[in-house]
Design a protein around this ligand. Sequence first.
Ligand SMILES: NC(=O)c1ccc[n+]([C@@H]2O[C@H](COP(=O)([O-])OP(=O)(O)OC[C@H]3O[C@@H](n4cnc5c(N)ncnc54)[C@H](O)[C@@H]3O)[C@@H](O)[C@H]2O)c1
Length: 435
Amino acid sequence: MNITVIGTGYVGLVVGACLAETGNPVVCADVDQDKIEGLKRNVLPIYEPGLDDYVARNQSQGRLGFTTDIAAAIGSADVVFIAVGTPPDEDGSADLRHVLAVAEQIGTHMRRELVIVTKSTVPVGTAAKVAAAVSKHATLPFHMCSNPEFLKEGAAIDDFMKPDRVVIGVDNDHARSVMAELYAPFVRTGKPIIFMDIPSAEMTKYAANAMLATRISFMNEIANLCERVGADVDNVRKGIGSDGRIGPAFLFPGPGYGGSCFPKDVKALVRTAKECGVPLRVLDSVEEANDAQKHRLFEKLGEVVGDLSGKRIAVWGLAFKPNTDDMREAASLVLIESLLGAGATVVAHDPVAMHETQRRIGDRITYAETSYEALAGADALAVVTDWNEYRHPDFARIKSALKAPVIVDGRNLYDTQKMRALGFTYSSIGRGGKA
Ligand SMILES: NC(=O)c1ccc[n+]([C@@H]2O[C@H](COP(=O)([O-])OP(=O)(O)OC[C@H]3O[C@@H](n4cnc5c(N)ncnc54)[C@H](O)[C@@H]3O)[C@@H](O)[C@H]2O)c1
């Protein structure tokens, strides 16, 4: 089966590389010429652990190719995955411009019977819109399929190669058998392929992200309350996470969720609900709580440092989470804007996301080569992303580098008692106030 993946971002590149890894001939197509030229030389546009090896190996073995010739890529395909971006429109709805533009191209350039798979996260009803756009030009039969992607940036290869489940929305047997064959190598350990109707598959993706975002906002608000009542959210988290009905995942409080998915998918689902006249009150609050949480680190810095004007603040971690350089909706950006707005200066470190941050906000902040270099002469350290290298730092070195021994920890990486004993003013999330 010849596979074409259109859109070579986080999702398209992982999908293409992993499908090539199981022996399929795959072409990844994108309109971004620089990205494609780089990929042809095995230069990846993103940081994703392990992906470079997959790309290089499959490209050198002739199973994986990259092109900007989208017409030719469609013409050679038996299965086309649409993996272009679906950014939020001004009203919060998913912007389907790229998806529908690709659909028209598919209809124009398809040369054989096709299975068309929407991999992008798209609202219910999009597969029908894609089918309509393809039909405007198509002279051959095609079959729609919705196959939402659940990979996590930072662990994307593992998530794709060993998924918890694969969700596939189909409305005919041909598409079903093609997709079952394609995914068979990834579910050999018995993990399910869950076939369903197309609208349910489209909805499943939004419901999954909305549920995860809800857990995060819920715990962030519980953490804020813990601070006021003198409880420790880490204990509370363990106490509830060990309940089989609740489970331990996605209960860590922090500086608010970010990334390319949760913020935009929650917004899009809320928008869909509004259009349908169905209240999603819980999700309205999830978003509101998250927006507020993104200001918590700034508020905490104000509490422990006082007036931030003229102060120098070191920031550890810029990416929205560890093991990625994705800065979309990162909590660090909200903190940095607030600090700069208050007249502070910022010196930041991140193991991989400094280049991407600089691309976005330029030299309004200083970038430090190492985590310790960021500390020199700073009035406080704010920990924003829980990269492994920040977990066990040399506290004596931190203390001697900082102008004042002040740490605001947005990820609860350090032990409160130990930090006090070491003489730090240490403020974290949900652990009995500013301590
Ligand atoms: N990033 C994630 O973790 C993740 C996880 C699951 C689902 N998704 C969903 O997958 C989709 C893609 O996300 P992403 O993070 O990979 O996006 P991305 O922005 O990293 O990549 C999108 C790519 O599509 C290309 N593109 C845009 N229009 C095109 C066109 N007309 N023809 C060819 N290429 C075109 C862009 O140049 C870009 O390279 C989104 O709908 C997203 O919600 C993302």
